[in-house]
Design a protein around this ligand. Structure first.
Ligand code: SF4
Length: 322
């Protein structure tokens, strides 16, 4: 497999009124051609920040370190025109809530055609043809009429399909989908996931799927990384990590999933405590205040992410070693 994107030692520090907060702390991962790479973790684990850093979309004053090799370039070194040539063209991004990524006052056709005209330099007629083609690709019924409609005239699922069409407009090689199904109900969610999976197969597209929901990730991801407190704590193929999680945090995320077949009075399992704020990351393993398996060394030494039987794991104890 060829890696389309290779990220090494990514570190992101955001300015705050009391100094810098480290929200991503030395993350490594790679995304292979035509594969879905799933990134999971609770809110505030650094998932989204690690992706926004690649596209130069962090708040002003942020400090980014590391390397992100994509198509022979280091994304973290690109600025201005060079960055815009990649972001939105070679890399498309879909956000969680399409109502915030779509402009409510502009027709769907205008939003699609402006994008392709700016990035691909198409003339008016060619841009309209491309826009219609994109709406067909994302399975919008009656694409000709849809071009004249406004975002509020569509359901949440259809709006998300339109946001995906815009992200695909310039034929990107990589699509970053940040919680693309969170605002949708379960059946619509399944339709969006099938669409992403189909686009990956038909267009040789690589996808980074960011989610807090391991059930969503397990339905289409090829490889997964679990983020906690700005670090990767476990990563590997979906087939090895999700059926047999070895990090206590991965296991806790899976245990917290509701099981439809469970008896109605079965209580949901919650993860004890809350994720640490980036300004107050505990010394040692950042998960130790919440971890039922913590031992003395967990309170003093941060475990490195090390290879263990075909996956990478950051845990001193490895309590689920089989
Ligand atoms: Fe738990 Fe210790 Fe492993 Fe951290 S290193 S996950 S605290 S057992």
């Amino acid at each position: 497999m060829t890696a389309l994107l290779e990220v090494e030692g990514l570190r992101v520090r955001l300015p705050t009124p009391t100094g810098f907060a480290t929200v991503v702390d030395g993350v490594d991962y790679h995304v292979e051609q035509a594969q879905v790479f799933g990134v999971a973790g609770e809110s505030g684990s650094g998932k989204t920040m690690s992706m926004l850093a690649l596209l130069g979309l962090l708040p002003p004053g942020s400090v980014v370190e590391g390397r992100a090799a994509f198509g022979g370039k280091d994304l973290l070194r690109l600025r201005g025109r060079d960055l815009r040539a990649v972001s939105g063209r070679d890399i498309g991004m879909v956000f969680q809530d399409p109502m915030t990524s779509l402009h409510p006052m502009l027709s769907v056709g205008r939003q699609l055609t402006e994008h392709v005209r700016r990035h691909l330099g198409l003339g008016r007629r060619a841009a309209v043809e491309r826009a219609e083609e994109l709406l067909v690709q994302v399975r919008i019924p009656d694409p000709t009429s849809a071009l004249h409609a406004y975002p509020h005239q569509f359901s949440g699922g259809m709006r998300q399909r339109i946001a995906i069409a815009i992200a695909l407009a310039c034929g990107p090689r990589l699509l970053i989908a940040d919680e693309p199904t969170t605002a949708l109900d379960v059946t619509v969610q399944a339709g969006i996931l099938r669409l992403l999976d189909g686009l990956r197969r038909e267009h040789d597209l690589s996808v980074i799927l960011i989610t807090h929901d391991l059930a969503v990730m397990s339905s289409i991801a090829d490889r997964v990384s679990i983020f906690y407190a700005g670090r990767v704590v476990e990563s590997g193929s979906r087939a090895s990590v999700l059926p047999h999680p070895r990090h206590p945090y991965t296991r806790a995320l899976l245990d917290a999933l509701p099981h439809p077949e469970a008896a109605r009075d079965t209580p949901l399992v919650a993860i004890k405590g809350t994720p640490p704020s980036p300004q107050q990351i505990p010394v040692g393993c950042p998960y130790h205040p919440r971890c039922p398996y913590a031992i003395e060394v967990c309170t003093t030494d941060d475990p490195p992410l090390a290879p263990v039987n075909g996956r990478r794991l950051a845990c001193h104890v490895d309590p689920f070693d089989e």
